[in-house]
Design a protein around this ligand. Structure first.
Ligand SMILES: *[C@@H]1O[C@H](CO)[C@@H](O)[C@H](O)[C@H]1NC(C)=O
Ligand SMILES: *[C@@H]1O[C@H](CO)[C@@H](O)[C@H](O)[C@H]1NC(C)=O
Length: 500
């Protein structure tokens, strides 16, 4: 009996090691490849697609098969010297994010993914026709076609809700009213987009942040014909419109919304810039985070982590809490600016920690700063579980997030934070699932394609509400498209536009 059992056990072991050996080899034919970067008309500053490693039995890899497993080549048959910068980011979970940025436009781009010289999936993927680069001024004349090409969702609940308090929008009236109410004490940009040209007049002292909005509007109008619109952007941190829906609020676009205001929210300047400057000026963006998530879940430290500055009272509480409970929570200030720095209460300032190193910890604390903490998209994109502060402030995507699915909620006064951290420690598998769901959310809703869709949808819906003609007002100046003299683009769509 015992011998039989032993034999069975041995057979089992042999079978299992065989299987795991077979499972360890990625398969070129089974491996999955998908994403917007494989489509000509998903015109983004940096294009991207995903690789999910699959073995010959059809099983997904859940750990990295090795950073250098795949090779990616992107070529153009018409241009042997195509200048395309490619990065393969290992997401450490069996999948890769491949991104590329082009410095010129090309025809019939061929994307080849190779596994030891074997073509993977259905590669080469051919992006037929003209594939435009970021600085190419080549708007698609039909907004509807552009949205279809981009696979934009039919609606965004935040846009519906923000615009629901404005049965109509009167640019003539707003020009007068918004400037009278907010123009003196706040920093505002008054924009008109007319015939897909961007015009601006700034109001107030601190208008430096207009560069983010200018850059985005120029990028959008290079990609699609935007309806004629006239609107005001609030450049300050706080949302402005405190009138209730019944009190004739004025439409003001802001980067942050709140439960107490009626501002129309847009993706934050931070997220927007990171989309425009991916593989450019910024190093922290929604893609780079996914390639730097540190150790796998099981090897992460089972503590909550936070670094930042003292821009809200609750942050002081958070650091005090950490000092009293160092085994659960590692939170410290890298900067003191708003409050008096009492070292006996808040400890010394600590050295800045690279954002990528946050993900050495299983739990990430997102607590408001001046307004919503604009780091939430990047925290979600990592592979730690995010703890989110209940707050009156929100960004454009919060409405789509669900507590206990995408994040672990904690109270505005932090009174249940330790309890929630303990819960996560006691429910490791659930916490891991929340981390994964948050990451999946970021992948589907917060990448460049979604950000472009959101803005376009917002402008389009807003344009539909206008009851007077948007105008280029006195004192407005044209925001010019930068000249790309090195790599001019030959826009096949231009003719169509010029005839319009
Ligand atoms: C494998 O990964 C792909 C891509 O994420 C996913 O769509 C698919 O459902 C996964 N398959 C299994 C069996 O989990
Ligand atoms: C703000 O509003 C949301 C949605 O109605 C709610 O869930 C949240 O608790 C509110 N937060 C605060 C601090 O009032």
């Amino acid at each position: 009996m015992l011998r039989k059992l032993l034999l069975l056990l041995m057979l089992c072991i042999i079978f299992m090691t065989r299987r795991s050996k077979a499972a360890a080899a990625p398969s070129a034919s089974q491996t999955l490849i998908w994403g917007p970067g494989l489509e000509t008309n998903i015109f983004l500053p940096a294009r991207f697609f995903f690789i999910q490693t699959v073995d010959s039995t059809g099983r997904n890899f859940t750990t990295s098969p090795g950073e250098k497993t795949f090779e990616v080549k992107i070529t153009s048959p018409t241009d042997p010297y195509a200048r395309i910068w490619i990065q393969i980011l290992d997401r450490n979970d069996g999948s890769f994010l491949v991104r590329y940025r082009m410095y010129a436009s090309y025809t019939d781009l061929h994307v080849q993914i190779l596994l030891k010289d074997k073509l993977v999936g259905k590669s080469p993927y051919v992006l037929k026709g003209a594939v435009y680069h970021e600085s190419c001024d080549c708007p698609e004349p039909s907004g509807a076609l552009w949205e279809k090409n981009m696979h934009c969702p039919a609606s965004f609940s935040q846009i519906e809700s923000d615009l629901s308090v404005f049965p109509s929008v009167d640019p003539d009236h707003n020009t007068h009213e918004i400037l009278k109410r907010f123009g003196k004490r706040h920093s505002l940009c008054h924009y008109t987009i007319k015939n897909n040209q961007v015009y601006i007049k700034t109001h107030g002292e601190h208008v430096g942040f207009r560069i983010f909005m200018d850059a985005f509007l120029l990028s959008l109008t290079r990609k699609v014909k935007v309806p004629d619109i006239e609107f005001f952007v609030n450049l300050g941190d706080w949302p402005l419109e405190k009138r209730r829906a019944s009190e004739k609020p004025s439409p003001v676009f802001s980067w942050c919304g709140s439960n107490d205001t009626q501002d129309i929210v847009m993706p934050t300047y931070d997220l927007t810039e990171s989309v425009l400057e991916t593989m450019g000026r910024v190093s922290l963006d929604m893609m780079s985070v996914q390639g730097h998530t540190g150790p796998v879940w099981e090897q992460k430290i089972s503590k909550a982590f936070w670094r930042g500055r003292d821009s809200r009272k609750e942050r002081l509480e958070l650091v005090k809490l950490a000092r009293a409970n160092p085994d659960m929570l590692d939170a410290a200030f890298t900067n003191f600016f708003f409050f008096k720095h009492d070292e006996s209460l808040y400890g010394p300032l600590v050295k800045h920690v690279s954002f990528f190193d946050f993900f050495k910890y299983k739990y990430q604390i997102n607590v408001d700063g001046t307004v919503a903490a604009y780091r939430l998209p990047y925290l979600l994109a990592g592979d730690s579980a995010v703890f989110k502060h209940d707050s009156i402030y929100y960004e454009h995507f919060y409405k789509q997030l669900q507590p206990w699915v995408h994040y672990i909620p904690f109270k505005a006064d932090l009174s249940d934070l330790l309890e929630k951290i303990q819960w996560a420690r006691d429910h490791d598998e659930e916490a891991k699932q929340i981390a994964l769901a948050g990451q999946q959310f970021a992948r589907t809703h917060l990448m460049g394609d979604s950000i472009f869709c959101y803005y376009f949808k917002l402008f389009q819906k807003y344009a539909e509400l206008q009851v007077t003609e948007p105008k280029v007002r006195d004192g407005m100046e044209l925001v010019e498209q930068p000249k790309d003299e090195l790599f001019p683009c030959y826009c096949a769509r231009k003719k169509v536009r010029d005839e319009l």
